[in-house]
Design a protein around this ligand. Structure first.
Ligand code: MG
Length: 159
């Protein structure tokens, strides 16, 4: 049975933090604020996978009150979501995601992000779609106050 899940995440851009998206560090004067590495793209994809298997969201799996996840690389969240799928006898069919960022330009980093996300999920790179767009300078994303990401996941689960 094919199941689909949706995920969305947003984090604020602040001084003094590294910018990590799709498990790739991107050179930028500011980074995303959060308990973990605040990788909004990895978080959206994690939630999409958890949603596809009818699970609770990432915040329940990895509470931001738990010191274990402080500064954690979000790769571990992706790995855990994939493990949850495997545990149910399922497999991830494909992922598609969009990053919404006014700056920096994400496009040059997409191949590395796809490679890293696919590796974390134990998928072929061709099964991971990652795209980027701006918010046409509108709203909080347009003012570069934060970066958002949305994702869908398709998962094949036994009936
Ligand atoms: Mg998040």
């Amino acid at each position: 049975m094919i199941h689909v899940g949706i995920g969305y995440d947003v984090h604020a851009l602040v001084e003094g933090r590294k910018l990590v998206l799709g498990c790739v560090e991107i050179p930028h004067p500011r980074g995303l604020d959060g308990h973990s590495d605040a990788d909004a793209l990895a978080h959206a994809i994690t939630d999409a996978i958890l949603g596809a298997i009818g699970e609770v969201d990432i915040g329940h799996f990895f509470p931001n009150t738990d010191p274990r996840w402080k500064g954690a690389p979000s790769r571990v969240f992706l790995e855990e979501a994939a493990r949850q799928v495997t545990q149910r006898g399922g497999r991830i069919i494909n992922i598609d995601a969009t990053v919404i960022a006014e700056q920096p330009k994400i496009f040059p980093h997409l191949p590395a992000m796809k490679t890293q996300v696919a590796a974390a999920l134990n998928l072929a790179t061709g099964k991971v779609g990652i795209k980027a767009t701006t918010n046409e300078r509108m709203g909080f994303l347009g003012r570069e106050e934060g970066i958002a990401a949305m994702a869908v996941a398709s998962v094949d689960l036994p009936e």
